[in-house]
Ligand binder design. Structure first.
Ligand code: NJP
Length: 245
């Protein structure tokens, strides 16, 4: 459809699945992350399927890296119509373990990273007087789970920022803001769990229920993008059928 998208965290999981689905529908995708080998492989898959992709090496924590990546995408495709703020991480531990560097990392990537990319793309969308921003929050952005205090705090921040952003840029600049709140999705997110107790819990969970796939989340993004111009799908709250709430 000629639109261009920036997808952060595109090197695996939800981001990679969304890049494939958007590209299959004619969206030119800027696929951003740190693992270039993964992005190169994803680009090859997209091109093979007839799509168009641009690999962008980006650390969302570093504003200079974000600005350079956004410039590269805008120079290549001429616009950025969709921003998918999706990069994130979720190590698990109880607060009394004082894994302070992990806390900081989550705040840096999940919150500050999302603010960095939003700040870099927003001026272009304001100039265009159009755009669609998707922010990956979580069910952990709606309630708190044990072992995930800091992760939940970061995802509550993403939910709150999405609501504020919608109020402040939605009508004024014709920008849709969709906050995505997935339940359990089978991705590499769980590989970072080092605590043996929580690792076991997660392994047990995979036996108890059928996780969503990244492609399931991507499908809901397509749904929001296909809505008529006067409709803003504000939230996508998506759970596996057997994940209780
Ligand atoms: O996980 P994973 P998901 N700069 O690990 C990137 C949320 N979520 O797809 O840089 C730039 O496959 C990393 O890329 P790389 C979750 O919180 C998930 O599940 O190459 N990118 C990779 O592409 C997160 O916000 C579930 O290492 C950075 C990506 O982030 C989003 O979904 C449930 C980066 C992570 O991909 C996608 O995660 C839920 C940096 N500094 C919410 N650091 C779930 N899976 O169950 C990391 O409610 N990345």
């Amino acid at each position: 459809n000629g639109k261009a998208a920036l997808i952060t965290g595109a090197s695996s999981g939800i981001g990679a699945a969304t890049a494939l689905k958007l590209a299959a529908r004619g969206v030119k995708v800027g696929i951003a992350a740190r693992r270039i080998d993964r992005l190169d492989a994803l680009k090859a898959e997209i091109i093979k399927a007839g799509g168009d992709a641009l690999v962008i090496e980006m650390d969302v924590v570093d504003p200079a890296s974000v600005e350079a990546g956004v410039k590269k995408l805008a120079d290549t495709y001429g616009s950025i119509d969709i921003l998918f703020n999706n990069a994130g991480l979720m190590p698990l531990s109880d607060v009394d373990q004082l894994k302070i560097s992990e806390w900081h990392r989550m705040v840096d990537v999940n919150v500050k990273g999302l603010l960095n990319t939003t700040a870099a793309v927003l001026p272009l969308m304001i100039k265009q007087h159009s755009g669609h921003i998707f922010n990956t929050s979580s069910i952990a952005g709606r309630k708190v789970f044990k072992g995930l205090s800091v992760y939940c705090a970061t995802k509550h921040a993403v939910t709150a920022f999405s609501d504020g952003l919608r109020m402040e840029v939605g009508q004024k600049h014709n920008i849709c803001v969709t906050c995505i709140q997935p339940g359990a999705v089978a991705t590499e997110l769980y590989d970072q769990i080092t605590d043996p107790g929580y690792r076991q819990q997660m392994e047990d969970l995979t036996k108890q229920m059928t996780f969503l796939q990244g492609a399931d989340i991507a499908d809901t993004i397509l749904f929001a993008l296909q809505a008529p111009a006067h409709v803003n799908v504000a939230e996508l709250f998506v759970l596996p059928i057997d994940q209780g709430w």
